[in-house]
Design a protein around this ligand. Sequence first.
Ligand SMILES: [Zn+2]
Ligand SMILES: [Zn+2]
Length: 388
Amino acid sequence: MGCPMKFTMKPGETLMADEKELYDVIQSGDTARALDIIKNGCIRVDCLDENGATPLQQAAFKGNVELCRVLLDRGADVNSNEHEHAYTALMFGALSGQHHCVSVINNYLSIEDVERIIHPKGIDTKERIPMKFAKEIHQLVRSYNIHPVKIIKFLQANIELVEHRKPFVIVLEELFDLQMKQKETNEVMALKLWIIVFTIKEAFKFIDLKKSEGTKTPDDLLVLFAKQLLATDAEANFPKNLELLARQGIKAFPYHQSVLFQTLVKSVGQTEFGNEPSALSYLHQALLGQRMMMDETFCAACGEPAKKKRCAGCKAVNYCSAECQKLHWFSHKRWCATLAMKQDMMNEQWDVDESAKTEGADGSDAAETTQGPSVSSPATPVAAENEA
Ligand SMILES: [Zn+2]
Ligand SMILES: [Zn+2]
């Protein structure tokens, strides 16, 4: 017997065996099995347990980000509220303090949305940009990290898009428009897409400008653009160009009646240029919520969550990858020693008994292993610092 090709079930209908097991394994935290059932089992993605909760709601309640993503990809209804207290998945996530899930649900956009815009007249007509980019663009727009360096890294990884720049920008702009013109406007999503388009246009402008000056490849120019954004001057450890870009991006947002926009403009306007919080951190707060900003550690170069790598010199900044650490070093080396001193003072204050404090010149010594996963630093910060 085949599997029913429907999504929902009415309250009171009974669960099928796979559905019952799915709830059990979501509950017990067996993600691998849950994924297997979603992929290969016979389930209605919006089935309801005895309290009227869907698998997405249960996954959000449990804080299982991966499951939330997969269920959303399978078309799970974000707005299902058959639950006895009429809770939606978002409310489940928020109530249980699962802010990661909340942001995944809030930032959801399906790959079909992207494909439809690449192919506005249907699959048999000419596509605006090669369809293979649908997946990459989908990944980009549903991440909550809109750090310009992350967006530049996306362009580097999809460098062919530089050739398709005009239609590519149109695709992004239409995705943006969709958020504000659909029945239920999604301001958070619109803001995010706006900053992405804005940054990408700036990157293309930069490439055009610099291309006339020399023979550098688009990839080299993108690295140059990223460095220009991350650069600080001698007076303050504050990347002014990055702040400028973020502020200009916010200012250019076209829907001035948006409450989110008005709140942002007010917050940024109250902060003097060059002071924290930066415009970018206000933006990320708007997308992620303040709570998660405090819980997470972010990459100093590209803003991705960064738990694993830390500068061995100062132990004050984190990176998502060795690549990002290398990219950032030209700027960070100016501040590494100062930050290390501050960090030492803080440690003394807290009277942390760590035999691990490194004063020595060897940044990659045993201290790192006691402090968690080792930092493999291609730039060997401390050594490089001496030559600076
Ligand atoms: Zn990074
Ligand atoms: Zn450092």
